[in-house]
Design a protein around this ligand. Structure first.
Ligand code: HEC
Ligand code: HEC
Length: 377
C-alpha cells in the first residue's frame, strides 16, 4: 500500500515540480539530488504530493538557513529562536514573541511541527505557501528586519559557506528568492509529529493504552464538549483543525480589556476598530489585532483566528493567538464557562458547565496528543 502510494506520489511530484521549479532540471542521479521516500507517522494524512519525497541535501540546506542568525539584519535572530526545537518548534517563554531588539510582536509563535499540512499560514491565514511565508519574518521590521529581498540574497551570497551548497541543490538557479524559500520549506516539511498515545489508541488499535479518565476526556472532546467540530478528527488521521477561522471571543476580550471599543468609519463601507486607550495613544503606533478581518475586510471575520492544531498542545503554552491563556486547565475553564460563546459569532460554541472531574478528564485527553517528533528524513 505504502509503495503504491509513493509511486503515485512521485509521479505527481514529478509533474508538480516541473511547474513549480521550471528552472531546475529534472532530478538526476547525482547523490545530492537523490530523493528519498518519506513515511509519515501514525495519525497524519499522506504528505501533500509536492513534499512526498525529500532531497536530503535540500533539507540540510533549509535546516542550516532556519538556524542561521546571520539571516537577520543584526545577526541576532534566526527562525529557530522563535520556533524552538525543544519547545515543539513554538515559543513558550512569553505570551507574544520577542523580536528584533526586544520588540514584542503582536502574536504568539505557533508550532511549525506538521506545518506542511496547514492550508493557510499565520493566525489570520494571510499566506498559504510555506516557501513564500519565509519572506515575511525575514523582512518584518520587528522580526528579522532585513531591508529588502535583494539585501537578504546578497547577504547569503557573501557568506562563504552557502555558495557551494546552493549550487549543488539548485545548479541552474543558485541563491534566489525561490531557492531560499524552497529550501526552508523542504526542511519545515520534515518536521512531523504524531504517533502519540492518542494515535496508537485511536488509529493503531492499541486498546487499553489510554486511562479511563483519558477515554472519558476523548468522549467529552468529541461529544458534549463539541471540540472536534472545529478541532477535527478524520477517519484515518487527525490534524485537529477544520482549516477555518472562528471568533472565540479571545480577540474581542483582549480589545475590551483596554477600554471601550469604537468602530470608526474611515471611508464609505470601510471601518476600523479601536479601544479608548488606542485612541489615546494615537500616533504612538496602535497595535490593534482584528484577526482574519485584516485579510478579508469582512465584518464577520473581525476577531476570527485560525483553528490551531492541538497536537503537542501540552508543550506549546501559552495559548491562543495572543498567548493570553497560560495553562490547559485555564483553556478548558474558558470554554466551559461560556466565555468563548459570549462573543463568538458563528454559534458553534456554547456554555458547557463541565464538572470538576470532566474538566480534568478533558485536560488529560489533551495531554495524550503529545507526539513523537520526526525531524529528519
Ligand atoms: C521574532 C520571532 C519570530 C521569528 C524570528 C520567526 N517567526 Fe515564524 N512566527 C512568529 C509568530 C509570532 C508567528 C505568528 C504570526 C501571525 O500569525 O501573525 C509566526 C508564524 C510562522 C509560521 C506560520 C505557522 C502556522 O501554523 O500558521 C511559519 C511557517 C513560520 N512562522 C516560520 C518561520 C520561519 C521559516 C522563520 C525564519 C525565516 C520564522 N518563522 C521566523 C514568530 C517568529
Ligand atoms: C468554533 C470552533 C472551536 C471549537 C468548538 C473549539 N475550539 Fe478550540 N480553538 C478554536 C480557535 C479558532 C482557536 C484559536 C483562538 C485564538 O487564537 O485566539 C482555538 C484554540 C484552542 C486551544 C489553544 C491552542 C493553542 O495552541 O493556542 C486549545 C487548547 C483549544 N482550542 C481546545 C479546545 C477544546 C478543549 C474545545 C472543546 C471544549 C475547543 N477547543 C472547542 C476553535 C474552536
Amino acid at each position: 500500500m505504502k509503495i503504491r502510494i509513493s509511486a503515485l506520489a512521485i509521479a505527481i511530484l514529478w509533474t508538480a515540480t516541473s511547474f513549480a521549479e521550471p528552472r531546475e532540471p529534472a532530478a538526476t542521479a547525482s547523490p545530492e539530488r537523490k530523493a528519498t521516500e518519506f513515511a509519515v507517522p501514525l495519525g497524519l494524512p499522506p504528505m501533500p504530493p509536492r513534499f512526498a519525497t525529500v532531497q536530503p541535501a535540500k533539507v540540510e540546506l533549509g535546516r542550516k538557513l532556519f538556524f542561521d542568525r546571520r539571516l537577520s539584519f543584526n545577526n541576532t535572530l534566526s527562525c529557530a529562536m522563535c520556533h524552538l526545537e525543544e519547545d515543539a518548534f513554538a515559543s513558550t517563554q512569553s505570551k507574544k514573541s520577542i523580536g528584533m531588539e526586544g520588540r514584542t510582536l503582536r502574536r504568539n509563535a505557533p508550532s511549525v511541527l506538521n506545518v506542511v499540512y496547514q492550508r493557510s499560514l499565520f493566525h489570520d491565514g494571510r499566506e498559504n505557501r510555506i516557501d513564500l511565508q519565509v519572506w515575511m519574518p525575514l523582512l518584518a521590521e520587528d522580526e528579522m528586519a532585513n531591508p529588502s529581498m535583494g539585501y537578504v540574497l546578497d547577504r547569503i551570497g557573501e557568506l562563504d559557506d552557502y555558495d557551494a551548497q546552493f549550487n549543488r541543490v539548485y545548479p541552474a538557479e543558485g541563491i534566489s528568492v525561490h531557492s531560499v524559500g524552497d529550501a526552508i520549506a523542504a526542511y519545515e516539511a520534515t518536521l512531523l509529529s504524531a504517533n502519540s498515545r492518542f494515535d496508537r489508541w485511536h488509529f493503531g488499535g492499541e486498546k487499553g493504552l489510554l486511562t479511563k479518565a483519558e477515554v472519558a476526556g476523548f468522549q467529552i472532546f468529541t461529544g458534549k464538549g463539541g471540540c472536534s467540530t472545529c478541532h477535527r478528527i478524520e477517519q484515518e488521521s487527525a490534524l485537529f483543525t477544520d482549516h477555518r477561522f472562528h471568533n472565540t471571543g479571545i480577540g474581542y476580550r483582549a480589545a475590551m480589556g483596554s477600554g471601550r471599543i469604537h468602530v470608526i468609519p474611515l471611508a464609505p463601507g470601510v471601518t476600523t476598530s479601536m479601544s479608548d486607550s488606542q485612541i489615546d495613544a494615537f500616533g504612538e503606533s496602535p497595535r490593534n489585532d482584528v484577526g482574519r478581518f485584516e485579510v478579508t475586510l469582512k465584518e464577520s471575520d473581525r476577531w476570527a483566528y485560525k483553528t490551531p492544531s492541538l497536537r503537542n498542545v501540552s508543550r506549546t503554552k501559552p495559548y491562543m493567538h495572543d498567548g493570553s491563556i497560560a495553562t490547559l486547565e485555564d483553556v478548558v475553564d474558558f470554554y466551559s464557562s461560556g466565555a468563548a460563546a459570549r462573543h463568538a459569532t458563528d454559534g458553534i460554541l456554547t456554555r458547557l458547565d463541565l464538572s470538576v472531574d470532566e474538566k480534568a478528564e478533558l485536560v488529560a485527553f489533551l495531554r495524550t496528543l503529545d507526539g513523537e517528533q520526526r525531524s529528519r528524513p
